[in-house]
Design a protein around this ligand. Sequence first.
Ligand SMILES: NC(=O)c1ccc[n+]([C@@H]2O[C@H](COP(=O)([O-])OP(=O)(O)OC[C@H]3O[C@@H](n4cnc5c(N)ncnc54)[C@H](OP(=O)(O)O)[C@@H]3O)[C@@H](O)[C@H]2O)c1
Length: 237
Amino acid sequence: MKKAVISGVGPIEGLGAQLCIRFATKGLHVLVAGRTQTKLDAVVSAIKANGGSAEAVVADSTNESETAALFDQAGSDLDVAIYNTGNNTPGRIAEMSAEFFENSWRVCCFGGFLFGREAVNRFAGNGGTLLFTGASASLRGRENFGAFNSSKGALRNLAQAMAKEYGRDGVHVGHVVIDGPIGGEKIKKNLPEYAEKLGEQGMISIDGIVDGYDYLYNQPKRAWTFEIDVRTSVEKW
Ligand SMILES: NC(=O)c1ccc[n+]([C@@H]2O[C@H](COP(=O)([O-])OP(=O)(O)OC[C@H]3O[C@@H](n4cnc5c(N)ncnc54)[C@H](OP(=O)(O)O)[C@@H]3O)[C@@H](O)[C@H]2O)c1
């Protein structure tokens, strides 16, 4: 059975979880990786209830040995790996601690390096698809978001370098720029007033985003896309 490793999985109504569910419906065995066992278990249960195959792996994306162990657990036949981990880290630079800035980079960029390195080594000569989740922050700096912008921008450049370095080995590396708020639990539950202000039409459909990953995964070797961006029709960009 082909395998998918997806890191940065949280609540069911979140991008990481919905990526897991989609790749399981495509017949892959999914390693559902993240920090919180109960959230991962809920995703695995949903997949199994639908006749799919999955297992939960608790692994902090910033931890080198836990990332290696995650891929060890996947074993052979790795077909797709998705680095979805990333937390927004707002704050002004003048008041920002060095630790806070470094942690933003560790989660958004360094973890992507650990994950990407393991993935390309495990694909070996067989090729595979390696996808990274980006944000508006990947393409521009913005007041009050210097830590997040710089770390997501660095992740994008890492992804592009890997696309060029491993394409000839049959590894399709892609980057998805999510340009705006996702209509998932993170915004709806944690920022209800913001969600109300945006309305459904102002939040990006998770299903639509997942379609983008699916599209990249399905591309033939002679027609690869490195990057797609996705936003709502009402987004000011
Ligand atoms: N939410 C948005 O509006 C938005 C917009 C643009 C781009 N994005 C990007 O989309 C991706 C997914 O974000 P999301 O907000 O929708 O969340 P999500 O996919 O629903 O969940 C991501 C999960 O990643 C987990 N995580 C955080 N740090 C981790 C670490 N060090 N190791 C392992 N797992 C970790 C968190 O788990 P716990 O809950 O267990 O801590 C979180 O729930 C991120 O890369 C984000 O930058 C999000």
